[in-house]
Design a protein around this ligand. Structure first.
Ligand code: IVH
Length: 677
């Protein structure tokens, strides 16, 4: 028989639960805000908070004298602290339509009328305040504890889409608030590079943005491609009577903003949320919900704020999409730098609009931490909306005999013993002749972000490797048309097409070649920095670590990596081979390419195709000379460039009397003005 508990014991159990919840939440806050490395999903975190809130609401006497709940604290020791001019609050949130409706009714009751709400996407990044004095940016702060934040100005200055000066404000201070984020494509690229370098990947774009703001080297921060979207003003917004006016002013000052849609009444709002729930996948950044804000600033004042969040706004959060499936196997994948990544082979399952068959498990520690066994039922979540991640194991569903995964000691491709270097989380295969490494190095070299050889996709590379036509990327430039044409599924035409797409790669800008070499820690941004300072391969091949370190934007790890790469005899030999094969190892000074009388400031349209170059190449070359290319013919176009088989643009240009340029003229212009790009 179960005896009813004494009232005192119930209280004690409740108190204990409250204590444990607070303790757990504080720990997650520390990981989320302080270290940008949350251990649980947002949904699970919010469930903890909701449980705590409801316990305290039901038993207010247990709340005692405790401090009112504060927003998470992201402050770190090494940053200078500054006070916000106005407190920087967070948002209350809900996952639930009913709670959303209650919120709307509460606001309407307080207003005594229907209320206009502005609906904005909730960007999943890190909050930032920019402080302007007399229209000039003077510093930038993270939220910190809401009262004071960390001064991250140096890193914020690397954000490209940020106005440093704003026109309208004179004689006063102004706080512009918004979100710093990393776009999805940049997130994927940066994580790919990180994994190739042997570091653990970022769980999602938000952690990457938050972590990057707290980097001590602003050049490292620059390589993270941070962006900003403004959505509120703090101090200095007194003259505006509505939120839409604030958004208009921010736009006028050239801040990127999101569209704010006005809606009133629950059903209109709900309908709009449904629409945004679908279109959010088209945004170039992650969103995790919709923010509803009262438009009327007077009503905002009347509603006021609680300790952590205002009463005039709420975030309706999308539940992360989840699915359960079975872990069939774990396969090891070898990257171009030898880093070995375990990949989960899953029973196919539908998740957020696509069928998922694989998910990365990142490294051996991750498999141990989750205690993953082959045959387990696992929970998948789309982290950052795009990449499926295994977030939990349903241990209660574990079948008898589920197999513990033993991390292999040898490379699955070439059997070389795997090693862990220094503090790296990743295992590596150190055999440079390991086949998948060779394949991936070549694929990286030819990729769009590096040498941009578009006919050299993964299957083509595999074929060339298989038939022994290439072993290293220098061999790409030795390919012979006859041998190529004799390959299965090739033929003369494809062989010629491949050679045509390889030839212009010899004259790519030097940073592309440097990036393509695959030097650990040298991505496109670092390569550009190096080339800017030392515009020839010879000049930085002989640099010492000290000299490299003196370059703004190059840290100790990168300097050591570059130095070691060029110390290696094989690598030096490779550079020599590339030079003898006719690759451009010098950067052409910018003045000869950037300014050009034929192209600079001119607008072009293109029709037809060209034997001499790929269309993208033509566009890039025009842009490098200061011209722009438009997709349609109109009176605004300065000339139409015509190749083989032009379409309807040609008669349209003739009708409008727009000059028409053939390939001969184009080539003459290019050769008069220096090489491509
Ligand atoms: S308004 C006092 N608008 O979400 C209200 N916040 O989870 C200030 N966020 O702290 C915030 N998109 O970092 C606002 N359109 C948006 C937002 C947004 C993302 C972030 C912001 C906030 C957090 C709350």
């Amino acid at each position: 028989m179960v005896l009813p508990l004494e009232e005192d014991s119930v209280e004690e159990l409740l108190l204990e639960e409250i204590f444990l919840l607070e303790w757990e939440i504080a720990d997650h806050d520390r990981r989320y805000y302080g270290e940008a490395d949350p251990a649980i999903s947002d949904g699970d975190y919010d469930a903890l908070r909701r449980r705590l809130d409801s316990l305290l609401a039901q038993h207010p006497h247990l709340a005692g004298e405790r401090e009112p709940r504060k927003v998470g604290d992201d402050r770190r020791e090494k940053f200078q602290k500054r006070r916000h001019l106005l407190p920087m609050r967070s948002l209350s949130n809900t996952y639930n339509a009913e709670e959303l409706e209650q919120f709307i009714h509460r606001v309407e009751r307080a207003a005594g009328r229907e209320v206009d709400f502005v609906l904005e996407p909730k960007i999943d990044g890190a909050a930032l305040t920019l402080v302007f004095r007399d229209g000039e940016l003077i510093y930038a702060l993270t939220r910190g504890n809401g009262e004071e934040g960390d001064d991250v100005t140096a890193n914020v200055l690397t954000i490209k889409n940020l106005p440093m000066k704003i026109s309208a404000v004179s004689g006063g201070m102004l706080e512009v608030r918004g979100e710093v984020y990393v776009g999805r494509e940049d997130f994927l690229r940066i994580n790919g590079e990180r994994e190739a370098d042997g570091f653990g990947p970022f769980a999602n774009a938000r952690n990457l943005a938050a972590g990057s703001l707290k980097l001590l080297s602003s050049s490292a921060a620059a390589s993270r491609c941070l962006r900003f979207i403004a959505y509120e003003m703090g101090f200095g917004d007194g003259s505006f009577s509505s939120h839409t006016e604030v958004l208009d002013a921010l736009r006028l000052w050239n801040f990127p903003t999101n569209e704010g849609r006005i809606a009133r009444g629950f059903s209109a709002i709900w309908e709009h949320i449904g629409r945004l729930g679908t279109s959010r996948r088209d945004y170039p950044f992650d969103t995790d919900g919709i923010v509803l804000k009262v438009n009327d600033r007077k009503l905002r004042e009347k509603l006021g704020s609680q300790a952590a969040a205002p009463r005039w706004a709420i975030a309706y959060k999308f539940s992360p999409e989840r699915a359960e499936t079975v872990l069939e196997d774990i396969r090891l994948q070898v990257g171009r730098t030898g880093v070995v990544t375990p990949v989960a082979e899953l029973s196919p399952v539908h998740l957020a609009g696509s069928t998922v068959r694989h998910a990365t498990l990142h490294n051996a520690d991750e498999i141990m931490r989750k205690d993953l066994r082959i045959g387990d039922t696992v929970v998948l979540e789309k982290a950052g909306e795009i990449i499926p991640a295994v977030v939990a194991v349903r241990k209660e569903k574990r079948p008898m005999g589920a197999v513990v995964y033993v991390y292999p000691g040898n490379c699955p491709a070439c059997s070389t013993p795997l090693v862990r270097i220094g503090g790296e989380v990743a295992h590596r295969c150190l055999n440079p002749d390991c086949p998948p490494q060779i394949h991936r190095r070549i694929a990286h070299f030819a990729s769009r972000g590096a040498m941009d050889i578009n006919s050299l996709g993964p299957q083509r590379i595999e074929q060339l490797l298989q038939f022994g036509l290439i072993r290293h990327f220098s061999d790409i430039f030795r390919l012979d048309g006859e041998r190529l044409a004799n390959l299965p599924r090739m033929g003369e035409k494809s062989a010629q097409k491949l050679l045509d797409s390889i030839a212009p790669a010899k004259r790519r800008p030097l940073w592309r070649l440097l990036h393509g070499l695959g030097i650990p820690h040298v991505g496109a941004e670092t390569a550009k920095l190096l080339v800017k300072k030392w515009p020839s391969m010879n000049s930085f091949m002989s640099l010492g670590e000290e000299e490299l370190l003196a370059c703004e934007g190059i840290g100790a790890i990168v300097a050591a990596s570059i130095f070691n790469f060029f110390q290696d005899d094989d690598n030096r030999r490779l550079i020599g081979e590339l030079a003898s094969l006719g690759l451009r190892l010098e950067e052409i000074p910018e003045t000869t390419t950037a300014e050009s009388s034929h192209f600079s400031g001119k607008k072009f349209a293109i029709s037809g195709s060209f034997k001499e170059f790929a269309r993208e190449e033509l566009i890039r070359s025009i842009e490098a000379r200061g011209g722009t290319v438009r997709s349609a013919v109109s009176v605004k176009i300065d000339a139409l460039i015509v190749g083989d088989g032009p379409g309807s643009k040609l008669p349209e240009a003739e009708r409008l009397g727009i000059p028409i340029i053939g390939v001969d003229v184009l080539l003459r212009w290019f050769s008069a003005e220096g090489p491509w790009e």
